[in-house]
Design a protein around this ligand. Structure first.
Ligand SMILES: Cc1cc2nc3c(=O)[nH]c(=O)nc-3n(C[C@H](O)[C@H](O)[C@H](O)COP(=O)(O)OP(=O)(O)OC[C@H]3O[C@@H](n4cnc5c(N)ncnc54)[C@H](O)[C@@H]3O)c2cc1C
Length: 410
């Protein structure tokens, strides 16, 4: 399986997928070797080699909305999760703090070594570790088994996914695991049932994994201890403005790698720095193949930035990226470091320290939001369907979603 690590390759993969998008609603839930019925674009979208908006626009150039609504809806599930977490950053903080206090678990280590005692789970662990990808349905089954059958903490499962998935995302991953565990929609857990696996596993997989199906026979929910509403604690501040007359450098990071396709494209920066968040990769224990993949994507962003801005573009892989940014900003006598705002997650966690050290040197850190993100963020007040109705009204101007178009699961 191929997961594009350059913008050109991601656009090519998107083009290949477009003719299949009309069949997505019928085929998307089937777990087949090679996953031909889904786009496999999640890692490219995750670090924005291509944006959600571009993906949706490309699909709509070829298909009428009604034929590809399910696909578009799934792309907007991603924006929903991002928007939801962005307004409730404490949910990420609590997850991260819980992980820190959790320590090592023998059971988790056995699962990682493909010794879970269940052939279905070992199969998916193997796929995850060797490819960095799992089909959505496999993620749901795996997480449900972890939480409700193995009765392990959901946070440890989320951390395992986050480490290995090339698309590992603080919002989509953490909130999907919370959803399976019954925390995201209070009172609702997701259970993986044998009949569901039998229906959606490809025949060749079903045959080889049949011995593991008994574990999904009669699932019983492990109800969460605390499941309440999650209030909004962060609303958008005023949009930051800046002029570059007095010197500004562009900082590009792995949270958004299509900067020449953003409001920053029109500004004339005097220098560009691309950083790898190596310290965070170490903290979250990213395996070598994932580090190689992100590094390739960063290199691609570096090349594109050089072509777009025609200025010296530096790629920095030192572990302490904050020190590298400070050093670069001082060397280039910058007054502003401008970047696209990283959303809630490890990179965002490092910003207060970076902002303070830059401020000590008289340099201002300016975070710019993409207007398309801001436009819909506030719609993530409650559940996805509410969000989707508002998104449709705002962006697609179609009648609001009918009850029949509600997704049955993520
Ligand atoms: C437990 C669990 C953990 C997950 N962790 C992540 C994660 O870390 N990162 C991540 O990007 N997705 C995550 N997902 C969502 C989903 O499984 C993947 O986005 C999808 O499988 C990626 O495959 P694809 O690109 O072929 O998707 P397609 O089916 O082709 O969908 C197109 C795009 O829509 C978005 N998308 C599709 N389904 C979902 C969904 N259910 N939620 C959010 N966005 C979606 C993705 O960006 C995807 O690339 C998780 C789901 C579960 C149940």
């Amino acid at each position: 399986m191929f997961f594009p690590s350059s913008r050109a390759a991601a656009l090519a993969q998107l083009n290949e997928f477009i003719p299949l998008a009309g069949l997505y609603v019928r085929d998307r839930n089937h777990v087949k070797p090679g996953h031909p019925s889904v786009s496999r674009l999640s890692s490219a979208i995750r670090c924005r080699l291509i944006t959600e908006q571009e993906v949706v626009a490309a699909v709509l150039r070829v298909h009428p909305f009604g034929q590809v609504e399910k696909f578009i809806q799934e792309v907007y599930w991603r924006r929903y999760w991002k928007s939801w977490l962005s307004q409730r950053p404490y949910v990420w903080d609590e997850y991260r703090d819980r992980l820190t206090g959790m320590g090592d678990s023998l059971a988790v280590r056995s699962i990682e070594k493909m010794q879970s005692g269940n052939v279905v789970i070992d199969h998916f662990v193997h796929e995850l570790v060797t490819t960095g990808y799992l089909h959505n349905h496999a993620r749901m089954w795996f997480a449900a088994w972890w939480v409700h059958a193995a009765r392990l903490p959901w946070q440890a499962g989320a951390a395992f996914f986050f480490r290995h998935l090339l698309d590992g995302d603080p919002a989509s991953n953490t909130l999907s695991w919370r959803w399976v565990a019954g925390l995201q929609t209070p009172g609702k857990t997701y259970l993986a049932r044998r009949s569901n696996l039998e229906k959606y596993l490809a025949p060749e997989l079903l045959a080889s994994l049949s011995k593991g199906l008994a574990a999904f026979e009669n699932p019983q929910p492990q109800l969460p201890e605390l499941a309440g509403k999650s209030p909004i604690t962060r609303t958008d501040g005023p949009i930051e403005s800046f002029t570059l007359s007095d010197g500004g450098g562009l900082w590009i990071h792995e949270e958004d790698l299509a900067v020449e396709n953003s409001p920053l494209a029109q500004h004339a920066f005097s220098t560009v720095l691309v950083t790898a968040a190596v310290e965070s990769w170490q903290n979250y224990d990213f395996p070598y193949p994932k580090k190689v993949w992100i590094t390739a994507a960063l290199h691609d962003a570096c090349n594109r930035a050089e072509q777009h801005w025609h200025v010296a573009t530096q790629f920095e892989t030192k572990p302490a990226h904050g020190d590298a940014i400070l050093h670069w900003a001082k060397l280039n006598k910058l007054q502003h470091v401008v970047t696209l705002r990283p959303e809630v997650g490890p990179l965002n966690d490092s910003l207060p320290t970076l902002r303070a050290s830059l401020a000590d040197a008289g340099i201002r850190l300016i975070l710019i939001d993409r207007p398309e993100d801001l436009q819909i963020r506030q719609f993530a007040m409650g559940g996805f369907f509410q969000f989707w109705e508002r998104v449709q009204e705002k962006l697609f101007a179609t009648p609001s979603a009918s009850a029949s178009s509600k997704p049955q699961h993520l």
